[in-house]
Every structure is written in structure tokens, then in C-alpha cells.
Design a protein around this ligand. Structure first.
Ligand code: GLN
Length: 262
């Protein structure tokens, strides 16, 4: 049997030919918050997408992790945090509160951040679980969350002004209400999002994008990934010069996700 070349990809795509790498346009430090305890439905993929798209844009990603008890790294340019079970949220709660000041300073200063589901809730004022425990949040976002017996599960489509149609998957018992200090990320065309009555999903504050959507979110939503990247690069280097990301798989993933039933 003739061996297949290693560069053969499914769907007829091939790896681009190796080129001499261009000099890096700069380094962006991405910090993942609590990947050990807050990382479900592949949320870690968000950090991988940011790293790969940074490379495509000609920048060098540095991927850092912060878990309970770690020293908080300096010079962070972009922050991502994932979702977790109520038990994971209980594990991180004290440590997260101890990092309230540094995270608030970074947020107020305009650091781009993506927080998903469980960390979205804890970036808010509190999450009162279905069983009645109140997990205090760090109050960066003017939102509060109440657990209910109704679990909101399924595929979600959100219409947003900033990033077009955002696609993802939700699974949460917490229902989040937005206060006047934040705006919704968008309105839900399919699925529930923040809560079962508002028809809205996620929250926006400064350069923070908060969302219930897993999937992970960024592989299917390159416009959102590039917003976080552009913001991080502009803050650090004054301007952003984009490269040419390969969106082939993102487009296929979006087409597939859009066809999924609720
Ligand atoms: N434990 C929280 C809830 O059920 C968050 C879930 C999640 O991150 N997917 O609401």
C-alpha cells in the first residue's frame, strides 16, 4: 500500500508548504484562569484558538495558567476563564476572592477577557446555587445568578452587533440577571442564554466578553477571538497588523453548529 503523505488532511485540505518564518510582531501573554477546576466542554480550546490565531497574525503567544494557590503572573495581556460544576466553583471561590483586586484593576484598565459560564457567574456579584449555597463573586460584572431546578441545556445561536452571529452550547442551572452596569452580548435566536425570560445571552463590560457558551466558543467564533487579540495587541503595541488566519475549519464548524437542533 502506498503510504499517504503526512500533510493530508480530511476534506481535501493540506497543510501549507513550510515557509521561512517571518520575524514575530510581538508577544502576547494569555492567562488561563483555573484550568484545573474550571474547564468543561472543552473550554481550554479557547486558549488554544487564541494562541493559534496569534501565530497566524504574526505574533508569538505565551500561554500561562493560574490555578488555586499559584503566584499571579505579571504582564498579562489577555485572560480567559472557563466554566465548571458548582463543586469546582466552590473549590476556587476563596482563591478567586483573594485575586479580586488584581483582576479588577486589569479589567478596569481594559485588559481583554473572555469568561465562560461558571467564571462568568463568579465575575459577577454572586452565584446562589440550586442547593442554596451562596458563592460570592468578585463583582467586576454587574450581574447576579440564581440556580434553579431547570437546567438550561442545548445549542445556542446569538445575534450580536459586534461579532455577528455567535454560536455555542450551554449547560447551566444558574440564571443570570444583568444590572445596568453591563450590556448583553446579544439576543438569543436559538437557546436560552442568561435566563429563561430575557431572551439575551452573555454580558459586555469594558473589554470583557462574558458568555454561557461552551463548545468551545472561539473555534466557531473567529470574529470574537480576533476582537480579543486585536484589543490585546493594540493595548500593548499601539496598533494591530492582522495576518491571514485560515478560517476553513471555523467556517465548517459554524455551518455545522448552525444546523444543530436546539
Ligand atoms: N455550575 C454552574 C451552573 O450550573 C456553571 C455551569 C457551567 O459552567 N457550565 O450554573
Amino acid at each position: 500500500m502506498t503510504p499517504q503523505p503526512a500533510s493530508k488532511f480530511p476534506f481535501g485540505h493540506e497543510l501549507p508548504a513550510e515557509k521561512t518564518p517571518a520575524p514575530s510582531k510581538g508577544t502576547i501573554r494569555i492567562l488561563q484562569l483555573y484550568p484545573r477546576d474550571m474547564n468543561i466542554y472543552g473550554d481550554w480550546g479557547n486558549a488554544l484558538v487564541l494562541a493559534q490565531r496569534l501565530r497566524w497574525h504574526g505574533y508569538t503567544p505565551e500561554l500561562l495558567e493560574y490555578n488555586v494557590g499559584d503566584a499571579f503572573p505579571s504582564d498579562v495581556d489577555l485572560i480567559v476563564g472557563g466554566g465548571g460544576q458548582d463543586s469546582g466553583q466552590l473549590v476556587i471561590q476563596d482563591d478567586l476572592l483573594s485575586r479580586e483586586t488584581v483582576l479588577k484593576e486589569l479589567a478596569e484598565d481594559g485588559t481583554p477577557m473572555l469568561v465562560i459560564c461558571g467564571l462568568y457567574q463568579l465575575f459577577g456579584k454572586f452565584f446562589k446555587t440550586r442547593l442554596g449555597s451562596v458563592i460570592p463573586g468578585i463583582g467586576i460584572l454587574d450581574v447576579e445568578t440564581h440556580g434553579t431546578d431547570e437546567r438550561l441545556i442545548g445549542n445556542v445561536t446569538v445575534s450580536t452587533a459586534e461579532f455577528g452571529t455567535v454560536l455555542g452550547y450551554e449547560n447551566h442551572s444558574g440564571q443570570t440577571t444583568l444590572g445596568p452596569g453591563v450590556s448583553p452580548l446579544g439576543t438569543t435566536a436559538k437557546g436560552t442564554g442568561n435566563n429563561s425570560s430575557a431572551g439575551q445571552e452573555g454580558a459586555r463590560y469594558r473589554n470583557i466578553v462574558a458568555s454561557y457558551l461552551h463548545g468551545s466558543l472561539l473555534p466557531k467564533n473567529p470574529a470574537l477571538a480576533d476582537f480579543l487579540i486585536r484589543t490585546a495587541v493594540e493595548r500593548k503595541y499601539g496598533s494591530f497588523s492582522p495576518g491571514t488566519p485560515d478560517d476553513t475549519y471555523a467556517v465548517l464548524a459554524r455551518e455545522h453548529a448552525a444546523r444543530r437542533p436546539r
